[in-house]
Design a protein around this ligand. Structure first.
Ligand SMILES: [Zn+2]
Length: 291
């Protein structure tokens, strides 16, 4: 759930013209050129809806041939499948610049960027097939999860990495859950969205929806096990020197350190949760590190 700048500067018209600049048959060229203005208009409508968090209210008929035409829809979707993504076609450098965007996947904040995702699926919004604002660099897992989903309600709008920016507000929290009992220690870290006090209910719903749709609780929780083994060994020394109070201070220091440059990340949330756990600071770190 990271905010990033759009990796390419091209407008919707420039992207369309690049994709149709060469290797277009006469019939395909005739079909596609008839849609240039519709695509430019659709891109403007889409951008305005992203700014207003109103993607759910878009009329899908304004984003596809009207009246419906299967051949034309196939040609429009083919703008992406062939003319942007195919190595033999002129749009490929644009595709590569999006796919090679630096940093982590903006949808989960963890995965390696490997693919390009349509924020609104091209199958349902063919006019947005090669609109740069609709093309997001993502990891393979997030792309698989998303598939052809589109929002039916305001709360079902996943976050758009170019338009939505919630990084300055602390919203990611975690808690350490320990189940006492005989046998091996039963523990897990649970991650959840704690809506910032400045958010309205709509934004809170969207962030929760995004968090659940991309299964971020389980993704973040899986990262914790190795980290807790490593930090457990270090905390033993701290505990021997100064007891639970020093352990808590050390964890708070790690939390501050991990909060840079982005405060809503799984490690910062983990250390905040550990510092708040009386059980962990009193020696529980030892039990978890021992497995
Ligand atoms: Zn991802």
């Amino acid at each position: 759930m990271l905010h990033i700048n759009r990796p390419v500067q091209e407008s919707a018209r420039e992207a369309f013209q690049l994709c149709t600049s060469t290797k277009v048959g006469k019939e395909q060229g005739r079909i596609l050129s008839g849609y240039e203005e519709s695509i430019v208009k659709a891109a403007e409508t889409f951008a305005a809806a992203c700014t207003a968090s109103a993607l759910h209210s878009l009329d899908r008929r304004a984003f596809r041939p009207n009246p419906p035409d299967k051949n034309h829809t196939t040609a429009l979707i083919g703008l992406y499948d062939r003319r942007l993504r195919d190595k033999e076609y002129p749009g490929r450098p644009l595709y590569d610049r999006i796919r090679n965007a630096p940093g982590k996947c903006p949808l989960c904040g963890i995965g390696r960027i490997k693919q390009v995702d349509h924020h609104l699926p091209k199958a349902h919004y063919p006019f947005l097939a090669v609109v740069p604002d609709n093309l997001i660099p993502v990891c393979a897992d997030c792309n698989t999860i998303k598939l052809d989903r589109f929002p039916a309600t305001g709360g079902e709008q996943s976050l758009h990495p170019y338009y939505d920016d919630i990084e300055d507000q602390l919203w990611l929290r975690a808690e350490l859950l320990v189940q006492p009992g005989p046998g091996p220690l039963d523990w897990r870290v649970r991650y959840f969205v704690d809506p910032h006090h400045t958010w309205g209910e709509d934004l809170a719903d969207r962030v929760r929806f995004h968090f659940d749709a991309f299964e971020l609780d389980s993704l973040f929780a899986k990262q914790c096990a190795d980290e807790l083994v490593t930090v457990g060994a270090a905390l033993e020394e701290v505990f021997l020197a100064g007891g639970a109070g020093d352990v808590r201070a050390e964890l708070a220091s790690l939390m501050r350190f991990r909060s840079k440059p982005r405060r809503n990340n799984w490690m910062a949330a983990l250390y905040r949760a550990l510092a708040n756990s009386h059980w962990y600071c009193e020696g529980g770190f030892r039990d978890i590190a021992a497995g």
